[in-house]
Design a protein. Sequence first.
Length: 100
Amino acid sequence: MSAWRPAADGLAIAVRLTPRGGRNALTAGTPDHFAARVSAPPVDGAANAALIALVAKTFGVSRGAVRLIAGDTARLKRLFVTGDPTALARIAATLYGQPA
């Protein structure tokens, strides 16, 4: 799987999360996943909640439009962002420095 994959109602993304990573940031990672850092610790779902908020802000959607679909306790996570797949894929490509 690439770092993102459009679906009919949104975009599936793969993210490698680093909790307690200083400032919150979502950037290009490898071809297989985005790289995310959050300042929250990996305790009681705090890092996952911070990741959802970060992804929502980056893609310009509400927090409710982002769901964690795999990797609840793993470093590698799969999320689904609900919205216009074309617009969301454009944002993902921009994070990787690709033309929109």
